[in-house]
Design a binder for this molecule. Structure first.
Ligand SMILES: Cc1ncc(COP(=O)(O)O)c(C=O)c1O
Length: 321
C-alpha cells in the first residue's frame, strides 16, 4: 500500500546544526511523499490488508476526517473495496474533496470527533463485512508503521542513527518506531527515539510528567492531527520500560509555524503543523538535545494534508507578526 520513501540528507538543516567543529547530519525520512499524503498509510494500509486476507471485509469505516481517514480511503481504493468516512463538522473542506477523490463516501456527523466516532462504530456493528479502522491504537497499525525503521536501516547501509525524531498524536507512529528499534537491537546500541508534541496537544508529555496516563481536557494547539486527548497505553508502558531511550519534548505553536515556513523555503515541501513539530526539534538540536551530541539524526517527515499556503499565511499572521 505504501511506498519506500527517500531518506534525504538535508544540506540546509545539517549546516544549521553544525558548529564549533561538530558536524551533524540531519536526514529527512520523506513520508510526506506517501500516496495518501502522510505516513498513516503504512499502519492503516497494513491493518486493512491483514483483515482483508483473514476476514471477509467489503467496507472500511473510519471516523477520521484527517490523515488516518485519507489513508483508509486511499487503501480501500487500491484494494477495490468501499470506504465510508464519518467526520465531525470541523473537517477541512479540502480534505473532504480529497477523501471523495479516493472514492470514499463522506458523512459529516456531530460537532466533535467522539460523536462521529460513535456513529462509525455503530455503523460497523450493524454491518458484518465492515472493518472499523481506528486512528492509532492497534498493534497492526504499529507493525505497519515500524517498516520505517527497516527502511532507514537499509538506506543507511546498516549504520544506525543516534536518534530518530517523530511527532506524537495518540502514539501510533512512535510505537511503530519503538517496536522497529527494539526488533533491530537499536536500543541496546543506545539509539534514542525523540517524541515531539505541541503545547496544548501534549497528552504523552503530560503523562510522562505526571508518571501516569493523563487525559487532556481540550486540544488548544493548531496541530489538530496531534490532538488525541489520551495516548495509547502501550506507549506509556514502553516509556516506563525504556526511559533511557525514549525522550518526550513539546514545542510551541509559534516555533512550529516558523519551522513550517523555513522547511517550505529550504525543501519546497508544505507540511502540517503536526509535522512541523518534529521538524522544530530537528532545526534546533542544540536547544533541545544539547550541544555536541547526536551526530546522525533522522527526522520522520510525517506530512499531512490539512494544510494550504493560505492556512500557513494565516498562522503567520497569528503567531509571527
Ligand atoms: C501528519 C501526522 N503526523 C503525526 C500524527 C500523529 O500520529 P499518531 O496519532 O500515530 O501518534 C498524525 C495523526 O493523525 C498525523 O496525521
Amino acid at each position: 500500500m505504501h511506498l519506500e520513501t527517500p531518506l534525504l540528507k538535508s544540506h540546509e538543516i545539517s549546516l544549521l546544526n553544525s558548529n564549533n567543529g561538530f558536524e551533524r547530519n540531519i536526514y529527512l525520512k520523506l513520508d510526506n511523499c506517501q500516496p495518501s499524503g502522510s505516513f498513516k498509510i503504512r499502519g492503516i494500509g497494513h491493518l486493512i490488508k491483514e483483515n482483508l486476507l483473514n476476514n471477509n471485509i467489503e467496507t472500511v469505516i473510519s471516523s477520521s476526517g484527517g490523515n488516518a481517514g485519507l489513508a483508509a480511503a486511499c487503501t480501500a481504493q487500491k484494494l477495490g473495496i468501499k470506504s465510508v468516512i464519518i467526520t465531525p463538522t470541523t473537517v477541512f473542506p479540502s480534505v473532504v474533496d480529497k477523501l471523495k477523490s479516493y472514492g470514499a463516501e463522506v458523512i459529516i456527523h456531530g460537532d466533535i470527533w467522539d460523536e462521529a466516532d460513535k456513529q462509525a462504530r455503530d455503523l460497523c456493528n450493524k454491518n458484518k463485512s465492515a472493518l472499523y479502522v481506528p486512528p492509532f491504537d492497534n498493534e497492526l497499525i504499529w507493525k505497519g508503521n515500524s517498516s520505517i525503521i527497516e527502511e532507514i536501516k537499509c538506506q543507511m547501509n546498516d549504520e544506525i542513527p543516534d536518534c530518530v525524531i517523530a511527532s506524537v498524536g495518540g502514539g501510533g507512529l512512535i510505537l511503530g518506531l519503538i517496536e522497529g528499534a527494539i526488533r533491530n537491537g537499536w536500543f541496546e546500541r543506545d539509539v534514542k527515539i525523540i517524541a515531539v508534541e505541541t503545547v496544548g496537544a501534549d497528552c504523552f508529555y503530560q503523562s510522562v510528567r505526571a508518571g501516569k496516563i493523563v487525559s487532556l481536557d481540550s486540544i488548544t494547539s493548531i496541530a489538530k492531527s496531534l490532538g488525541a486527548r489520551t495516548c495509547a497505553t502501550k506507549l506509556f508502558e514502553y516509556y516506563q520500560k525504556y526511559q533511557d531511550n525514549i525522550y518526550s519534548f513539546t514545542v510551541s505553536d509559534k516555533e512550529v509555524v516558523e519551522t513550517m515556513e523555513k522547511f517550505l523555503n529550504d525543501h519546497r515541501f508544505l507540511v502540517e503543523p503536526s509535522c512541523g513539530a518534529s521538524l522544530a526539534v530537528a532545526y534546533n538540536m542544540d536547544k533541545y538535545l544539547g550541544k555536541g551530541k547526536y551526530k546522525n539524526v533522522v527526522v520522520e517527515v510525517c506530512g499531512g494534508s490539512a494544510i494550504t499556503l493560505e492556512n500557513l499565511l494565516n498562522y503567520k499572521k497569528i503567531f509571527l507578526i
